[in-house]
Design a protein around this ligand. Structure first.
Ligand code: AMP
Ligand code: GLY
Length: 425
């Protein structure tokens, strides 16, 4: 079988490594892929993830048996719709279902209509109306741009002055582009955050092991929001009891709501949850695998990934048991100095050839320059280790991350520390 994976980050590297475990798989094409992915797949750097026509015509001419569309942009742009029109089976939601991530106004409206627990909110289309509401609001408060913003479209002002600046930045200066034409202003929630990725074929659902992201750039959750600086799985705050509550009050109602709205969701649905004193609530939905959650979740998957993805496409997921390995995985991101703001590219990457077997380096932002790997993005590598305990997984991931070098590299030093405290509770 020939597979096509759309995307070129650490998440796609993890998907590709897992898909390769299926003995039926012959060639995997990554569009565009990256320097490190080139060791595991045939990369097409000239075909970008928003080039839907380019992706579809590549698929048609390369005898593709199954395609996986991983990033949000091509999903929102209808890549899966177009591949299906071309007769190519694939994994991922169509554009209508992808709105669950690409429009916060849509997802908040869905939760309100179907009684799915989430933060109370208001939607504003004009800065004046937003400001008049914010003048008498309780702080901190949360302001979100409506559309896709690389996980960075959320601001948490502590005062009206900060809120005013946030509204100006999003709605007038359009720092997140057209994503900021509408804003959602919502209640500030507190509690541990949990990411739950789930396979779903529209009606059946198989949640994956839970995980915990670390979104801020600096230790102790300081600094700017990033796409994610590290992850651990499973998340110790997400107990069996909480999982059962989430299934009844969030997961199944969400699938039913999407069906009732005429846009059943097929693919990987990502629930960003906060375990508040009033119970679990949805912070956000993503219409795709998380990055870097995938880098810790997939190493723990026992069942063949391609088999699961095909059963999602064929809507037979209810007949499949999805099994997981015991143990814990931890991923530490090595990022370019300056990320998530300005950073330099083109730094040569040195990775020791003798890393331990239980360590995997997922490549996120690099490219090949001759025989060398050089940096080409903000998040460069995701160093992942699996072990029987969280402590051991963290020790191994950090030992490996410390042995990798490129100029300006930085990482957070406290990935998993909150989870270790959670384990003690
Ligand atoms: P999002 O991109 O929606 O996941 O938001 C990014 C981060 O902002 C989340 O991971 C939370 O840490 C924080 N956040 C978003 N919404 C809220 C909320 N209603 N209350 C508190 N924190 C929030
Ligand atoms: N790590 C968060 C995300 O993928 O959106």
């Amino acid at each position: 079988m020939n597979l096509l994976v759309v995307g070129g980050g650490g998440r796609e590297h993890a998907l590709i490594k897992k898909l390769k475990e299926n003995p039926e798989v012959e060639t995997i094409y990554a569009l565009p892929g990256n320097g490190g992915i080139a060791a595991d797949a045939v990369c097409m750097p000239e075909i970008g993830t928003k080039d839907i026509s380019g992706i579809v015509s590549f698929a048609k001419t390369h005898d593709i048996d199954f395609a996986v569309v991983a990033p949000d942009d091509p999903l929102a742009l209808g890549c899966v719709d177009r591949l299906h029109e071309a007769g190519i089976p694939c994994f991922g939601p169509d554009a209508k279902a992808a709105r669950i991530e690409s429009s916060k106004v849509f997802s908040k409206g869905l939760m309100k209509k179907y009684g799915i627990p989430t933060a109370d909110y208001q939607v504003f289309e004009a800065p004046e109306a937003a400001l008049s509401y914010l003048r008498s609001a309780k702080y901190p408060i949360v302001i979100k741009a409506d559309g896709l913003a690389l996980g960075k479209g959320v601001l948490i002002p502590q005062s009206f002055a900060e809120a005013e600046a946030a509204i100006k930045a999003i709605m007038e200066d359009k720092v997140f582009g057209e994503s900021g034409a509408q804003v959602v202003v919502e209640e500030f929630l507190t509690g541990p955050e949990v990411s739950v990725l789930a396979f779903t074929d529209g009606t059946a659902i198989r949640p994956m092991v839970s995980s915990m992201d670390h979104k801020r750039a600096g230790d102790g959750d300081t600094g700017l929001n990033t796409g994610g600086m590290g992850t651990i799985a499973p998340n110790p705050y997400y107990t069996r009891d909480i999982a059962a509550v989430c299934m009844d009050t969030i997961f199944l109602p969400t699938l039913a709501a999407m069906c009732a709205e005429g846009c059943p969701f097929k693919g990987c649905l990502y629930f960003g949850l906060m375990l508040t004193p009033d119970g679990p609530k949805v912070i956000e939905y993503n219409c795709r695998f998380g990055d870097p959650e995938t880098q810790v979740v997939l190493p723990l998957l026992k069942t063949d990934l391609l088999t699961i993805m095909r059963s999602v496409e064929n809507e037979t997921l209810d007949t499949l048991d999805v099994e997981w390995h015991d143990g814990v995985a931890a991923c530490v991101i090595l990022a370019s100095g300056g990320y998530p703001e300005h950073y330099e590219k083109g730094k040569t990457i040195f990775i020791p050839s003798n890393l331990p077997e239980d360590v995997t380096v997922y490549h996120a932002g690099d490219k090949l320059q001759g025989q060398s790997l050089v940096t080409s993005g903000g998040r460069v590598l995701g160093v992942t280790a699996a072990a029987p305990t969280l402590k051991a997984a963290l020790n191994r991931a950090y030992a490996a991350a410390d042995s990798i070098y490129f100029e300006g590299a930085f990482m957070r030093h406290d990935i998993g520390q909150r989870a270790l405290r959670g384990e003690e509770q």
